[in-house]
Structure formats: structure tokens, C-alpha cells
Design a protein around this ligand. Structure first.
Ligand SMILES: Nc1ncnc2c1ncn2[C@@H]1O[C@H](COP(=O)(O)OP(=O)(O)OP(=O)(O)O)[C@@H](O)[C@H]1O
Length: 246
């Protein structure tokens, strides 16, 4: 596989809940890079994440990871094939310490690039909190731990659903740096973000989801400079979104 080939390719993906169709033919490619998906609430971004990682079954289309179809596989097999998921809300165990969370996955890390020590090097703050339980961690520390767990799966692609949600700006900076570091290390990142500024800083390419379809793509900070497009695609200025796209 060469660098310009897609690590992840999604073709005409369709999925929904019962009779309600949410993803209505989603296609995109992710190479060795970070790509952001932005869009208003309820447009299908989390549904896309769940479908990519096998938590929701696609009703049509294909998900191809490094040349192999992974749609239709159970979530554990998707994880083993090289996509790790950092879900919205982080889903940690309140009674386990940081060390215990990472040790649970350490068995899989022998001889691999990512180990608990490498995670502590990436997030020194977590190293300081090794013995603390999940319930004692701040939102930012929980997010770092959730990313650390995903890294220990030694994934080729990490899917993150709204990682900056509820985090202080300085912690968002840590996450932005972490995403760049992961890309430098050869990991592709697909990040769903409500925070446009964070999305733009994490990912050079931003794809806009509208009603279960990808309607537009922007590069760099093009979208930040265009309030008209933000209004059109993201509903900025709409009462329910005021302040989210900051
Ligand atoms: N478990 C579910 N059962 C039925 N409908 C669902 C379920 N989860 C989401 N939906 C619906 O699917 C649509 C897309 O939701 P989704 O959460 O994917 O959007 P989103 O873009 O991630 O928005 P948000 O940022 O609010 O999570 C919405 O209409 C939502 O109500």
C-alpha cells in the first residue's frame, strides 16, 4: 500500500434504525491524514461512526479498510481489523484506574507500536493520574484516556465522535496536538466535531453532513472565513446552535 492510497474507503453507505433511514449514500476516502465530519445536530454523524465500527449494521454500501471489506463484521472483528473508536461520552469504567484501563488492553500490545508507556508519553497528564479512578478524572483526562485506549488497539484508523465536547480550550489544544502526532505516526483520524474551530485545527479536510449525505467539502480554514456557508451548512445563527460553532 502506498501513501496516497485510501486507508479507509466508504462507498454509498446506507444505514438507519428500523424503517427510518439516516445514512443516505455516504461516500468518502481517508488517506494518511485527519478528516473531519461536521454538520448540524441530528444529521447522522454519530450514526456514521456507529456504522463504520460495526455497532450498527449497514443496509447498503461498502466500508473498505486497507483494501478489505469490513462492513457486516461484528464490532470486535472491526476493532481487530484496525479501526478504533472513541465514542461520544467516552464510556470509561468509573471504578478502574487509568493504569487498569490501559492494562486491560496491554496484552494486545506486545511488540506493537503503542504501549501504555507510549500513551503516557503522548499525554503526560495521564501519567500523573495513573492511580486515579475513571470517576476522578476531568473531562479532558477522560478524553485522553479514551484516545489512549483506542491507540492500544494499534489501529490504522481512529474514529472519534465529538472529542472536544465539554472540554476547556487548553485541553482542546492538547487533543489537536495529539491528532497531529497520530497522523505523523501513520494513524489516520476521522473526527466528528461540533466545534468548527477545533475541526479545522485537527483536520485539513472537512466534510459537511446534511441529512445523511455528504454535501460539501472544505479545505484548511475556508469554512471559518465564510459565515454564509456556515449558516447554510451548519445552521450557525440558528437558535439551537448558537455558540456551538465557535
Ligand atoms: N438509536 C436510535 N434509534 C432511532 N433513531 C435514532 C437513534 N440514534 C439516532 N437516531 C436518529 O438518527 C438521526 C441521526 O442521529 P445522529 O445521532 O447520527 O446525528 P448527529 O449528526 O450525530 O447529531 P448529534 O450531534 O446530535 O449526535 C436523528 O434523527 C436521530 O434522532
Amino acid at each position: 500500500m502506498t501513501d496516497d492510497q485510501a486507508l479507509l474507503e466508504v462507498r454509498d453507505l446506507r444505514a438507519g434504525y428500523g424503517v427510518s433511514r439516516v445514512l443516505d449514500g455516504v461516500s468518502f476516502r481517508v488517506a494518511h491524514e485527519a478528516v473531519a465530519i461536521v454538520g448540524r445536530n441530528g444529521m447522522g454523524k454519530s450514526t456514521l461512526c456507529d456504522t463504520l465500527v460495526g455497532l450498527l449494521r449497514a443496509s447498503g454500501g461498502e466500508v473498505v479498510l486497507r483494501g478489505e471489506r469490513i462492513d457486516g463484521l461484528a464490532p470486535e472483528r472491526v476493532a481487530n481489523s484496525g479501526i478504533a473508536y472513541v465514542p461520544q461520552g467516552r464510556r470509561l469504567f468509573p471504578s478502574l484506574t487509568v493504569d487498569e484501563h490501559l492494562a486491560m488492553l496491554a496484552r494486545r500490545t506486545r511488540g506493537k507500536r503503542w504501549t501504555p508507556d507510549a500513551v503516557y508519553e503522548l499525554f503526560p497528564r495521564l501519567a500523573e493520574r495513573k492511580k486515579h479512578g475513571g470517576a476522578d478524572l476531568s473531562g479532558g483526562e477522560q478524553q485522553m484516556l479514551a484516545v489512549g485506549r483506542a491507540l492500544l488497539l494499534n489501529a490504522h484508523v481512529i474514529v472519534m465522535d465529538e472529542p472536544s465536547e465539554g472540554l476547556a480550550p487548553t485541553i482542546v489544544d492538547v487533543l489537536v496536538d495529539a491528532v497531529h502526532h497520530l497522523v505523523d505516526q501513520g494513524v489516520a483520524v476521522l473526527v466528528v466535531e461540533q466545534n468548527l474551530r477545533a475541526a479545522v485545527r485537527m483536520a485539513h479536510r472537512q466534510l459537511v453532513m446534511v441529512s445523511g449525505r455528504l454535501e460539501a467539502e472544505f479545505a484548511g480554514d475556508e469554512l471559518l472565513a465564510r459565515p454564509d456557508l456556515q449558516h447554510r451548512y451548519l445552521g450557525v445563527g440558528g437558535h439551537e446552535l448558537e455558540g456551538e460553532y465557535r
